[in-house]
Design a protein around this ligand. Sequence first.
Ligand code: PLP
Length: 407
Amino acid sequence: MIRTNENYSKLKASYLFSDIAKRVDEYQKNNPEANIIRLGIGDVTKALPKECIKGFHAGVDEMADDATFRGYGPEQGYDFLRQKIAQHDFQSRGANIHADEIFVSDGAKCDTGNFQELFANDIKIAIPDPVYPVYLDTNVMAGRTGTFENGRYQGLIYMDCLKENHFLPKLPDEPVDLIYLCFPNNPTGATATKEELALWVDYAKENRALILFDAAYEAYIRDDELPRTIYEIKGARQVAVEFRSYSKTAGFTGTRCGYTVVPKECMIYDANGDAVFLHSMWTRRHTTKFNGVSYPVQKAAEAIYSDQGKVQVKALVDYYLKNADIVRQTVTELGFDYVGGKNSPYIWVDGKGRDSWEFFDLLLKKASVVCTPGAGFGKCGQNYIRISAFNSHENVQLAMKRLKETL
Ligand code: PLP
């Protein structure tokens, strides 16, 4: 008899964004004339940069000719892309990362979700609250947690990210083995300085722990003092894996491409406490279960690093950051406390004691604006909403006008 993976029954009944979609659909059905503005799910709205499209087309044309056609490519990505990543995203910032430490993939969701399968089941995991739900759910699926009780999975170490600690996780009081960090953060938009990241790198070294560092929103950092990669921190090569995504950098949410960095020195430990190189383990996993990103998509990604591509990508991110400015200005005028929106496309708004779903319903029903209720990201989000900057200037301006009228 074929049987289920019982861990799936521990998962909360539905995914946050399907709950939101249900409420929005129902509202639209009952109010067909309402012009709903969506500042909820973090999906981009603007087209791919022109240089990426050129690269994409060139890749497709090569596929159309026997002389230039390509079949299976290297699972870790073509060298032309890995070299550019290492040079432009890391070496240019003084971070010592090499092309053969880059694993090109179809995005950071899969990589952050898949990476946990390299670890033992009884490790101690520290996870921020609020958090991008993928880190949590994939560990639940793998059986690394107990049941969901009072808003939390048993067996995990939750790191509360609240106003009191500037929405930055505190070092755990007890030793942990795996740490999830995400900066600029989804959902709070908070960022971490080099000094703050250095505390985590030192902690990981002392405890023989590993940091999984999600830098999906790195392109939104405009403050030159902030680290763009964890490898700007001394010692991070031994204890950190970094995930990157072209989704919010260059509008690749529907095109699918990202990468993971696994430095050669990065180590984890077997049952005897002997060191094992994570790079070889991830190479084995990636080459066994993944067959590479399509060639035209990698050509499109390569174009991000051309002179023109860089200008266009910056303009794209600036466009969304301008929206974030408009949102910040409005919530400030309305007297709400918030974090994010600077060096980040997300604004995390304190609802002045309102329950986050109640605040969500109020904005939907009175302003026809969709946000994301903070409770969907964890217990610490219960009194917050997340507003995303991914929409047109016109829509964001209109949404903010409606917020001013409603609140
Ligand atoms: N990591 C974080 C923190 C995200 O917010 C997202 C997407 O919203 C992802 C990863 C997923 O990125 P990708 O589109 O590359 O799968």
